[in-house]
Structures are given as structure tokens and as C-alpha cells.
Design a protein around this ligand. Structure first.
Ligand code: CA
Length: 229
């Protein structure tokens, strides 16, 4: 069930909006103060915000700007003045919709439904986009945890994969071995740096053309390893 927050200081309007939206199956909360409303919109898990313009504490302009900086949930701004709506549009605050009071509650419900549906499509398409690292013939699909070398898929153990990905994500950076690998192995196994050397050797066998002259993972003697870009 979608959860909505109405930030509105006029109680009668807020209650009317809430009643209609609840009848349409939404879970609705009301916050009459701008400052608290902004905090709740940013920190809590709402699917859509209905935002009044003139509010005690912080006004709707500021609230919209702050929500947009951190979240991409739909924001519908409402105001009693047509001029204010024009101003909101002009400021480009990133609100998804604007409504002038008084409006019919059924129109509000229709717009809420439309924006939630659009947002769900947006989020749904985002999930399918895999995060990929590509460096000189090596392709790492971080979402699927798969690796290709010059178009050919190679199998890695979980630790080898973590190590390769870690190095590829921090290219041309050399750190102390312990600092570097403490992010992948628990402290117990870091004590045995020979383990890392073994994993590096196995990774090189899979990605390097000539392991004696590595083109991707360089050894920086006495310091650690570096992924060359
Ligand atoms: Ca108001």
C-alpha cells in the first residue's frame, strides 16, 4: 500500500484530502508544520508528498527544494493562489505537479494515482540497469557478479571476484596491503597476506595474456597491488 504525507496547516483541507485518499486505498499521514513535515519527508519512507506552500516553520518552496535534492518521490504542490503556482513553475523546484485550491478531491486522487504509477515505472526500469565497470577489455557486471575478458566470460571464486572488483574500482591507487584488503577479508585472514598473493595469482591467470608481464594488476613491491587503467 502506498504511503502518502500531506504537509498542510489548514486542518479542514488536510482532513478532506486524507478522507478521499484513504477511501481510494492509500495510507495517509498529515503534518501541519513545515519544518517537521520536511524532516519527515526526508527521513521517513513515503511514496508521495502533497505539499502546501504557506506553512509554519519552513515554506513549501524550501521543502520542495530539499526533498528534490535527496529523493525522487513525486511531489504535488498545492496553493490557494494561482500566482504562487506560476512562481513555483518559474523557480523550477522540481515539483511533479501543481494544483490550485480549491480543487475537487477526486481530481487530487486521480493525480496521485497517475504520479505513483509513473514513479513505479521509473523505479522499475532503474532496477534492471546493471552497474558495470569496463577497463581495457575487462568488463565487470557488479549487479550480476560476472566478469568478461575480451568478450569471453571467466569464472571467479567469490573472493577473487571481490578482490578484482575492489582493485578495478580503485585504479592507479596503491595502498598498504593491510589497508587495502581489510575491506575484503576479515581481520583474522588479513594476518596471512600470502592468501592475497595466491588470489592475485589466480586472477592474473584468468585476465592476463602473459602473467609474467601483467597488463592489468601490477605488483608494487613491498606495498601492494595496483590496477592499471
Ligand atoms: Ca497554508
Amino acid at each position: 500500500m502506498s504511503k502518502l504525507l500531506i504537509i498542510e496547516d489548514e486542518e479542514s483541507i488536510a482532513d478532506l484530502e486524507k478522507d478521499y485518499l484513504e477511501l481510494s486505498g492509500f495510507e495517509v499521514e498529515i503534518e501541519p508544520r513545515g519544518d517537521i513535515g520536511m524532516q519527515r519527508a526526508l527521513e521517513e519512507d513515503f511514496d508521495l508528498i502533497i505539499l502546501d506552500l504557506m506553512l509554519p516553520g519552513v515554506d513549501g518552496f524550501e521543502i520542495c527544494r530539499n526533498i528534490r535534492a535527496k529523493k525522487d518521490i513525486p511531489v504535488i504542490m498545492v496553493s490557494a493562489k494561482k500566482d504562487d503556482i506560476d512562481k513555483i513553475r518559474g523557480l523550477g523546484l522540481g515539483a511533479d505537479d501543481y494544483m490550485t485550491k480549491p480543487f475537487s478531491p477526486s481530481e487530487l486522487v486521480a493525480r496521485v494515482k497517475a504520479h505513483l504509477a509513473r514513479y513505479e515505472r521509473l523505479v522499475g526500469s532503474g532496477v534492471q540497469e546493471n552497474e558495470v565497470i569496463e577497463i581495457r577489455g575487462i568488463k565487470i557486471d557488479k549487479t550480476a557478479r560476472r566478469v568478461w575478458v575480451n568478450g569471453e566470460e571467466k569464472a571467479f571464486t567469490s573472493k577473487e571476484y571481490d578482490l578484482l572488483t575492489f582493485l578495478a574500482q580503485n585504479p592507479n591507487h596503491v595502498g598498504a596491503k593491510e589497508e587495502r584488503f581489510s575491506k575484503i577479508w576479515d581481520m583474522e585472514s588479513i594476518g596471512d597476506i600470502a592468501t592475497v598473493t595466491v588470489h592475485i595469482k589466480k586472477i592474473r591467470e584468468k585476465i592476463e595474456f602473459n602473467t609474467a608481464k601483467p597488463q592489468y594488476i601490477e605488483t608494487i613491491w613491498g606495498v601492494g597491488y595496483r590496477f592499471k587503467v
